[in-house]
Design a binder for this molecule. Structure first.
Ligand code: PMT
Length: 223
């Protein structure tokens, strides 16, 4: 039925920020609230999918009917997502994953005067969505792109370099939309097409994005 457009599909969504600890009390993170990813998980459950939600630390209730896997760091999110994606049909990377983590996590609270405490050495985290797109068999992979400038070019660059099937790009750092807002707008790109989803509540935007994913998946693998 029209309401069950994801029936029979196993879908994995990531949401929220990651937290990269520096010492027992400090971390590097970002402004993601998890609202976009949780809205996608709820809408996917309502559309009949078998949903696993891998979430960083957020202040949101667990979506009814989804399997919730709670993580903190990018490395933990990487493990949980890759494991959940082994037999998944669709992965949607809505999480704001920290690109870097501290090279060393101090065992004690860093002191102001401590040698080296004024220099935090970082190393690169793995790219979760790119690693999902390299799985065999490969799920249908949808990335997000959070941009403050040149949105289309950066989004198309990420679509290609990460080998994604689709990318949903949003402006961030503006008055409306993006991080921690109730509303958002998405410029969605795939290899040979695009669609603009106008500013709307993240709940209704999630339904529109999932319907677009269902449409494009069937285009690629006609039934
Ligand atoms: O959580 P909300 O407050 O509701 O805000 C929603 C949002 C702005 C966080 C969301 O709409 C969004 O844009 N999520 C992606 C944020 C992001 O980190 O984008 P990016 O352009 O840096 O990353 C591109 C893609 O690569 C994303 O799918 C990201 O999940 C993925 N990525 C990035 C780095 C990494 N190490 N692993 C990844 O998988």
């Amino acid at each position: 039925s029209a309401g069950n457009y994801l029936a029979g599909l196993k879908l994995v969504v990531s949401a929220g920020p990651t937290r990269e600890p520096l010492d027992p009390v400090r971390f590097i993170s970002n402004r993601s609230s998890g609202k976009m990813g949780y809205a996608l998980a709820r809408a996917a459950v309502a559309a009949g999918a078998d949903v696993t939600l891998v979430s960083g630390p957020v202040q949101l209730p667990a979506p009814a009917g989804a399997e919730l896997v709670e993580v903190e760091t990018a490395l933990q999110m990487h493990d949980a997502v890759l494991k959940a994606c082994r037999n998944a049909d669709v992965y949607i990377g809505a999480a704001a994953v920290a690109d870097y983590r501290a090279k060393q996590i101090a065992a004690h609270k860093l002191k102001k005067a401590e040698t080296g405490a004024d220099v935090i050495q970082l190393e690169k985290n793995p790219d979760i969505v790119a690693d999902v797109a390299a799985l065999q068999p490969k799920p249908w992979v949808v990335g997000f792109a959070a941009e403050t400038e040149d949105l289309e070019n950066y989004a198309l660059g990420k679509l290609r370099s990460k080998n994604l099937d689709m990318i949903a790009a949003n402006w961030v750092g503006r008055a409306e939309g993006g991080f921690d807002s109730e509303r958002n707008a998405l410029q969605v790109f795939w290899r040979d097409g695009r669609k603009a989803l106008e500013m709307a509540d993240k709940t209704s935007l999630a339904v529109q994005l999932l319907q677009l994913i269902a449409e494009r998946m069937h285009e690629k693998n006609p039934i």
